[in-house]
Design a protein around this ligand. Structure first.
Ligand SMILES: [Fe+2]
Length: 385
């Protein structure tokens, strides 16, 4: 069902509360930190979502006069530099928090007073853009030193479920990729809808676990970025504390690590089309929409005979380079959302993580990152061709 303007306005308000609450987890003396070297300082993100909304809705759609053109430009764009090319700005290059907050309040007032005139598609874009940043800012917050954060993770309810690894057969047939424009909002790279034939294959019931990957590390592989070894014991570096490595939780890895593990096990990673085909088996979503900060057991919420957690508890890497579907056209109001990343250096991820908003669990949504980028909540499973 297509949401009404009022629904979208309310959803935007809730999304603002979500992102405001995230920034409130940063100690005030740490707002100019840069926890991920390849990304902007924290303060940038505080101004970025409002600048994006204002540039898109106020300036592009409604042609409203600029009231702070310098901030409109300063906070307009995030960064994704190639490996080895890091930003060099200083914290003194950035304005004060008070100035940014004044700008943000004004943007919200200006947009809210014009909501009736905003095209629905652009309201969707503003809403989902903000919710994407609610996740990617969580990645940044994750890397901020614990003593610079003010918050605690509610522990997941412990409900052990049997863990019975198996490969599940998926019959050959058509995989549906993309989105029908009549079905609702989607980003430019979700169009057009089309089918791809996928030969029969089998896929692992569970995401690869920390325990699985530990065997690879014992065989000589480097440990993943989210692990740390202390006095011969392994710990997971969680959002708010380190915890002993839970062997039945999914392992967060880069695509390079996932591919190396798959080779070691004589298997491969699913393609995007194989993942889409697997989705048709049904798999209840688990640990998504900001439920927890960190992963839970791979068997949590499982259903009999189908792959567990295809959606939730960590994005899943595919072996498919991020590329346009036939008939792709960039959004005229956001030309650089997808197109610069169709470069062979980014790969598709599907599913969702614990910090992925519910709207992105539509089957057509595509996420993408560089294969060596270690900061994301990315898991994987294996296939036999
Ligand atoms: Fe952005």
């Amino acid at each position: 069902m297509t949401p009404s303007r009022r629904d979208l306005g309310r959803a935007l308000e809730r999304a603002r509360e979500e992102t405001d609450a995230l920034f409130a987890l940063v100690r005030p003396d740490s707002l100019y930190e840069r926890p991920i070297p390849e990304r902007h300082r924290i303060l940038f993100y505080i101004g970025h979502m409002e600048a994006f909304d204002w540039n898109l809705i106020g300036r592009y759609a409604l042609d409203a006069p600029a009231f702070h053109a310098q901030f409109d430009r300063l906070f307009a764009f995030g960064i994704d530099p190639p490996p080895g090319r890091l930003p060099e700005d200083q914290s003194s290059d950035w304005p004060s928090l008070a100035e940014v907050e004044r700008y943000n309040h004004r943007v919200r007032d200006e947009i809210d007073s014009r909501l009736e005139a905003v095209p629905l598609q652009l309201l969707h874009v503003a809403l989902e853009h903000r919710l994407m940043h609610a996740e990617t800012f969580a990645y940044i917050l994750h890397q901020l030193a614990y003593e610079r954060k003010q918050g605690r993770a509610a522990p997941p309810a412990a409900s052990p479920e049997p863990y019975q690894p198996a490969m599940i057969d998926v019959r050959g047939g058509e995989a549906e990729l993309g989105l029908d424009p009549e079905a609702g909002f989607g980003w430019d790279n979700e169009f057009r809808q089309h089918c791809v034939h996928v030969p029969a294959f089998s896929i692992s019931r569970y995401k690869v676990t920390n325990g699985d990957y530990l065997a690879f590390v014992h065989a000589g592989a480097e440990p993943p970025f989210f692990w740390v070894e202390r006095s011969g014991r392994w710990f997971y570096r969680g959002m708010f504390s380190e915890t002993p490595l839970a062997l039945d939780h999914p392992v967060y890895v880069t695509l390079d690590e996932a591919l190396a593990f798959a080779r070691w096990r004589g298997k491969s990673l699913p393609t995007e089309a194989q993942f889409q085909r697997t989705l048709t088996l049904g798999s209840p979503p688990v640990n998504y929409d900001f439920q927890y900060w960190d992963p839970i057991a791979v068997s949590a919420g499982q259903a009999p005979g189908v792959p567990s957690q295809l959606v939730g508890n960590g994005w899943e890497w595919t072996s498919t380079p991020f590329a346009p579907f036939p008939g792709f056209e960039p959004f005229p109001f956001y030309k650089n959302y997808s197109e610069p990343f169709f470069d062979g250096h980014h790969y598709v991820l599907k599913g969702a993580s614990s910090r992925t908003a519910a709207c992105f669990t539509r089957p057509s949504f595509r996420n993408w990152f560089r294969p060596s980028y270690p900061y994301i909540y990315a898991t994987f499973r294996l296939v036999d061709a």
